[in-house]
Design a protein around this ligand. Structure first.
Ligand SMILES: NC(=O)c1ccc[n+]([C@@H]2O[C@H](COP(=O)([O-])OP(=O)(O)OC[C@H]3O[C@@H](n4cnc5c(N)ncnc54)[C@H](OP(=O)(O)O)[C@@H]3O)[C@@H](O)[C@H]2O)c1
Length: 274
């Protein structure tokens, strides 16, 4: 019998991250590690999710600010590493551990956007790949956006990227940390952040391949969260359905999807086309 899957979610206190945590816990019997930059908000969210549910699943919380490398490293050493080690020790070799890089910001400054949406998920994924015990199965799901498609970026930047495509996730993290906006044809920071996250998905997928760790990006569509606004055409449920399609996919299917971006109806699309 397979052990219960564990899903780790960043920015799980509201929006898509909250609703995904809620449904995975209540309906799909996943153990959850719900993280938020404000630990009190993480605890409140976990209390709401678990209230009245007695299905034997566990929901833990941890503080994690993905815009801070200090916070990420502390989370990894104090929370994630011990938790994964204890799972491995229990002999739950069948356990699937999924990291959902969900936390993100829109409409904010250049540096802050790249740090939160690219540098943070890059470092967290790197650490996850490094410390995941060999006996556990792993998966990474990155939250991207159609705004990250090449069609939504300046051609000067695309030419730069095509001439010298990034070779490693660390190179992307370095670019995202060092670029100035005018060096990229004044790209919209959010669009660029999601474009780079797609590249990172491809590169981490190559690394994960040998260990059968799938790395997938999912575009939830424009939906009615605080970020999407109440005028968005899609519901939170429609966004969550797209996320669930990747988190719940079986291992074989998930490996076939690794490195790609998935949107409407669980279909994959070409985000480099312009
Ligand atoms: N909604 C859409 O239409 C849409 C479309 C495409 C892609 N997406 C992507 O889907 C993901 C979730 O979006 P959403 O619509 O649920 O957004 P949301 O309602 O604005 O929620 C964003 C979540 O991210 C957290 N967050 C922001 N910065 C953080 C940081 N530095 N450290 C930790 N957590 C942080 C927020 O926490 P606080 O409460 O502390 O701020 C919140 O929990 C994002 O990556 C977004 O880019 C959304």
């Amino acid at each position: 019998m397979n052990a219960r899957p564990l899903t780790i979610i960043t920015g799980g206190n509201r929006g898509l991250g909250y609703e995904l945590s809620h449904q995975l816990f209540k309906i799909h019997h996943h153990d959850i590690l719900l993280t938020a930059r404000d630990i009190n908000k993480a605890r409140e969210a976990a209390t709401r999710i678990s209230s009245g549910v007695n299905n034997g699943n566990s929901i833990r919380t941890a503080q994690l600010d993905v815009s801070s490398s200090e916070s990420i490293l502390r989370f990894v050493s104090d929370e994630l590493d011990p938790l994964l080690a204890s799972l491995a020790q229990q002999g739950n070799g069948q356990s699937l551990v999924t990291l959902v890089n969900n936390a993100g910001i829109y409409g904010q400054g250049w540096r802050e956007t790249l740090v939160t949406n690219v540098v943070g998920p890059g470092l967290l994924s790197r650490k996850f790949l490094e410390i995941l015990p060999q006996t556990l199965k792993g998966r990474i799901v990155n939250m991207t956006s159609g705004l990250g498609n090449a069609a939504n970026l300046p051609s000067t930047l695309l030419r730069q990227l095509e001439a010298q495509p990034p070779k490693s996730p660390e190179e992307i993290v370095k670019w995202a940390g060092n670029w100035e906006q005018d060096e990229t044809g004044h790209a919209n920071p959010y669009n660029l952040s999601k474009h780079l996250l797609n590249y990172m998905t491809e590169l981490h997928a190559k690394e994960g391949h040998g260990r059968a760790i799938a790395v997938i990006a999912v575009d939830p569509g424009w939906v009615q969260t605080d970020m999407g606004g109440q005028g968005a055409p899609g519901t939170i449920q429609q966004g969550v359905d797209r996320m669930l399609a990747q988190v719940l996919a079986d291992e074989h299917e998930s490996m076939k999807r690794s490195g790609k971006v998935f949107g409407d109806g669980g279909t994959c699309y070409d985000w480099k086309r312009h």
